[in-house]
Design a protein around this ligand. Structure first.
Ligand SMILES: NC(=O)c1ccc[n+]([C@@H]2O[C@H](COP(=O)([O-])OP(=O)(O)OC[C@H]3O[C@@H](n4cnc5c(N)ncnc54)[C@H](O)[C@@H]3O)[C@@H](O)[C@H]2O)c1
Ligand SMILES: O=C(O)C(=O)C[C@@H](O)[C@H](O)[C@H](O)COP(=O)(O)O
Ligand SMILES: [Zn+2]
Length: 364
């Protein structure tokens, strides 16, 4: 039996679940035991991941479920929309699958977010399991129950909070992940340091080369610590009434970059990395953090070979995109700013300050 780390996420109404992290989990019988059954299993994946892993998952699930279907979606952030969501629902309905059906999201954050949303709305809710295969999905998107599709006017604008039954993060699936996608995952790992754990930021700085070299022990630690932090935050504030917003550090500008450039042009993690550098700069301009913190974060992002220079969309376009951000209130754009190393909060930032930061970084 392969070594497995388990992080538990604690939620009201008997909705606690486990995040299992380790090597060989995809092929381990135990990963798939104890889940809801009595209906069919449906694996939702995409044209890149399905040929790599769907057959292995299907074989495992056939020891639990009498029927295991596979829905293969187009690959890419630009397909995180109504058409793909409909494709999942069309399959479920045309096969007359009942509300005991369990969906298995096999892929990165795009597949996880869409499968979770389909699970939330099909027959008003069927169970689903996250099987994340990107670093980003293992450290972030598979945990916490944010599900969504994109809209041309804004990222993740149509969705639901809906928790999975379990998360199975098999570190071995990262072996086939392209380098650019691995680096995108590092962005969300870096995020957890400044917002929640200064010691973890030190650890990332020390171990960045090992992470880039895909050292399994380093990856296992990064995934576990990231999941612990996220599970703790979500356990306190599942529906983002307050604290959970800290997980959006770097995302106000990041989401504007993704939508403004056209989904898929910048990877989510790339846009978040750049957004964190600008949000760090804003934290300094708002008098919360010293200048050396901005430099420290910029240096780390650069070392991870992630972008620090935002695209020149123009200040007005950035402001327009950020006014539809979910954290905005009554037209005021609100940013997650760092207040001290390991502590963050939500702050309304005047447009002039935002324009200053955008201009300094060549985005305006
Ligand atoms: N729900 C949340 O809390 C949350 C958190 C963070 C990000 N997200 C969302 O997640 C999405 C980004 O997720 P992502 O970075 O995983 O991107 P992704 O899902 O697009 O996957 C990245 C690419 O890697 C490929 N891939 C996946 N696993 C692979 C593997 N093991 N081997 C080879 N190729 C593989 C995919 O086919 C895709 O081309 C965004 O839509 C973002 O909004 C959601
Ligand atoms: O789980 C959360 O909460 C997050 O904010 C995690 C983010 O990394 C993620 O990108 C999330 O999808 C963003 O949520 P949104 O509400 O800003 O769309
Ligand atoms: Zn994110």
């Amino acid at each position: 039996m392969p070594a497995t780390d388990t992080v538990r996420i604690r939620l009201p109404d008997d909705r606690n679940y486990e995040i299992r992290i380790g090597s060989g989990l995809l092929d381990a019988h135990a990963s798939w035991q104890g889940l809801p059954k009595g209906g069919a299993a449906v694996i939702v994946s995409n044209e890149t991941i399905a040929p790599l892993y769907a057959q292995r998952l299907r074989e495992q699930l056939l020891s639990v479920y009498a029927r295991v279907d596979l829905v293969v979606l187009a690959d890419g952030e630009q397909h995180k929309g109504w058409a793909s969501l409909n494709q999942i629902c069309d399959h479920l309905l045309s096969e007359a699958l009942d509300r005991k059906t369990v969906l298995f999201a096999l892929g990165g954050g795009v597949i996880g977010d869409m499968t979770g949303f389909a699970a939330a709305i099909y027959m008003r809710g069927v169970p689903f399991v996250q099987v994340p295969t990107t670093l980003l999905a293992q450290v972030d998107s598979s945990v916490g129950g944010k599900t969504a599709i994109n809209h041309p006017l804004g990222k993740n604008m149509i969705g639901a909070f809906y928790q999975p039954e379990r998360v199975i993060a098999d570190l071995d699936t990262l072996d086939s992940l392209p380098d650019r996608e691995l680096r995108a995952g590092l962005a969300e790992i870096i995020k957890y340091g400044p917002i929640a754990d200064a010691g973890f930021l030190d650890w990332i700085e020390t171990n960045l080369d090992a992470l880039l070299a895909r050292d399994k022990a380093a990856l296992a630690h990064a995934v576990r610590r990231s999941c612990e932090i996220k599970a703790d935050v979500v356990g306190q504030d599942e529906r983002e009434q307050g604290l959970r917003a800290i997980l959006n550090f770097g995302h106000t500008i990041g989401h504007a970059i993704e939508a403004g450039m056209g989904y898929g042009e910048w990877l989510h993690g790339e846009a978040v990395a750049c957004g964190m550098v600008l949000a760090a700069d804003l934290s300094h301009r708002m008098g919360l953090m010293p200048a050396d913190f901005v430099e420290r974060l910029r240096r780390l992002v650069e070392r991870a070979e992630l972008p620090v220079q935002p695209p020149r969309l123009g200040a007005e376009r950035y402001l327009q995109l950020m006014r539809v951000d979910k954290k905005a209130e009554a037209g005021a754009i609100r940013f997650v700013l760092i207040e001290a190393l390991g502590r963050a909060g939500l702050h309304a930032v005047p447009d002039e300050r935002i324009v200053e930061t955008l201009t300094t970084h060549g985005a305006a």
